[in-house]
Write a protein that binds this ligand. Structure first.
Ligand SMILES: Cc1cc2nc3c(=O)[nH]c(=O)nc-3n(C[C@H](O)[C@H](O)[C@H](O)COP(=O)(O)OP(=O)(O)OC[C@H]3O[C@@H](n4cnc5c(N)ncnc54)[C@H](O)[C@@H]3O)c2cc1C
Length: 466
């Protein structure tokens, strides 16, 4: 079990449908994307919302992630700039960053108490070659007068003299020992670090608390339908029908927040086939994680360690393989195992497995021994504060993420039938991007003029693209 679901104490009854229903907006999927989309649809429109969930709130990827807040793509910014242009790529990064303010506002408005911390985190690199992507990203930010991210390079780093002169203002040179301290490692192979705003949150607890708030605040406009898997979605020109096992829901608009792994059929009565196109849209990636508890003896942090041969981006990688050179990411935060018993929880992720057919993923399958060994070896070789004596992982878990073919989230109406909208495609980093997506969806629902962004679903040669 993940530490996030371990902490979920259900104060409320499971909320299921007892009859057919009718609504303005049906949102399918009650993970962070669906819950936040419900939040902003209720807040920013006068529409009635049904949030439909096959299982229980936040039991998908949201209950099985690393619980780390970071506003980034799993694609390099310079790479996005090549595909979409500098201005649009930077606007997309800024959009994800805007979710930092959004989440603070949600905490204030809804009076939330879910523990949440934010701080400066670090990413570590073993070579200048690998760091070069970050320097290029900074150069892109500089082109549009956007703030660059602080980058530090060890004074003794191999290859430092080969960094192009034009990048000189994009980094600082500091003693190697300081790099190791920033990264909390004694592994001297790390020679550079980038600092970036990060945070820690239990996303499942957050969703549960927000759902409680929505049920209490909008009793006339909000319905939660858990244990309601949708098997077919029938789209007409002005509305849609969601076919569940027992009941059907009629809705004027439908927002898919399913992370992509929806075992349902989409029938588009108002135009070209969407079903087959949708299912080619997302691939699955299983992420494995482990966590241990220790004394509350260090501040919260989030660190990532990139090895010299970094893994390729997901959409380039051959299927059904472990990444042979994964990076590892670590978070440390206060955590209550039992009420009022505060410890630090240290979580590590890294090992991943790509699958083309997400229906083969078994959410209750046991942990993978190879992944445990990899995480254990990482901790021993790299994290300075790994307990010296034998220690046990209190938690081991895995979760499934949806990847779009080009690694960019889809937010907005389906071009073949705008009755259907998307806020999905976690592409590895999904909490803040989901929240940004959730603020954009109500604008489409209200038929506002929405400025174009790289997240807009488009059709090219029949397939979905950006
Ligand atoms: C191991 C791992 C580590 C990660 N670490 C991070 C991290 O540190 N930071 C970060 O930002 N992101 C991280 N992510 C990604 C992040 O967890 C996801 O992007 C985010 O939780 C996705 O939220 P979601 O709401 O889109 O999907 P989910 O939480 O998966 O929710 C989708 C919901 O849709 C429901 N559903 C699907 N089909 C149907 C249907 N037919 N009918 C009804 N309901 C349906 C599912 O039951 C599910 O509850 C990680 C993911 C994993 C797996």
């Amino acid at each position: 079990m993940s530490p996030w679901l371990y902490q979920l104490v259900h104060k409320r009854q499971i909320s299921a449908l007892h009859d057919n229903a009718k609504t303005d907006v049906a949102i399918i999927g009650a993970g962070i994307a669906g819950v936040m989309t419900a939040y902003f649809t209720l807040k920013n429109t006068d529409k009635k919302v049904i949030l439909v969930e096959a299982n229980k709130v936040a039991h998908g990827a949201t209950g099985h992630n690393a619980g780390q807040l970071i506003a980034e793509f799993e694609r390099e910014l310079h790479d996005l700039a090549t595909e979409f242009g500098v201005a649009d790529a930077v606007a997309a990064e800024q959009a994800f960053n805007s979710a930092w303010i959004t989440i603070e506002q949600v905490f204030q408005e809804a009076n939330l108490t879910t523990p949440y911390s934010t701080f400066t985190g670090y990413k570590g690199y073993q070579s200048i070659e690998r760091l070069m992507d970050e320097l290029k990203n900074n150069a892109i930010r500089q082109q549009v007068d956007e703030k660059t991210y602080p980058i530090f390079i060890a004074d003794n780093a191999k290859g430092i003299d080969h960094i192009p002169l034009s990048y000189k203002t994009l980094y600082s040179v500091i003693p190697h020992a300081d790099i190791l301290d920033l990264l909390e490692t004694d592994n001297k192979s790390f020679v550079a670090a980038l600092s970036i705003r990060k945070g820690c949150i239990n996303g499942a607890l957050l969703c549960e608390e927000i759902v409680g708030y929505l049920l209490a605040t909008y009793p006339q406009r909000f319905t939660l339908a858990e244990h309601t898997p949708i098997k077919e979605l029938i789209l007409d020109s002005h509305d849609a029908e969601l076919i569940g096992h027992e009941y059907t829901i009629k809705a004027d608009r439908v927002v898919l927040c399913t992370n992509g792994f929806s075992k349902f059929v989409i029938t588009n009565k108002a135009g070209d086939d969407i079903n087959s196109l949708f299912h080619h849209l997302l691939r699955g990636n299983i992420g494995f994680m482990a966590g241990y508890v220790e004394e509350l003896n260090h501040q919260p942090t989030a660190l990532a360690y990139y090895y010299e041969r970094s893994r390729k981006s997901r959409h380039q990688h051959p299927k059904d393989e472990y990444f042979d050179d994964p990076y590892f990411y670590l978070t440390r935060r206060p955590y209550e195992i039992e009420k009022n018993q505060k410890h630090n929880l240290v979580c590590v992720g890294g090992p991943e497995k790509l699958i083309d057919d997400s229906s083969v993923y078994d959410p209750v399958a046991g942990f993978d021994e190879k992944a445990t060994k990899e995480i254990d070896a990482f901790l021993k070789s790299t994290y300075r504060h790994t307990p010296k004596d034998n220690f046990e992982f209190k938690f081991q878990w895995h979760g499934l993420m949806g990847y779009t073919p080009n690694g960019v989230r889809l937010i907005g109406p389906e071009p073949l039938n705008p009755v259907l909208l998307y806020n999905l495609g976690c592409n590895g980093v999904g909490i803040l991007p989901s929240i940004f997506g959730a603020t954009r969806i109500p604008r489409f629902l209200k038929h506002e003029e929405v400025e174009p962004m790289i997240f807009d679903p488009k059709r090219c040669d029949g397939g979905l693209c950006h």
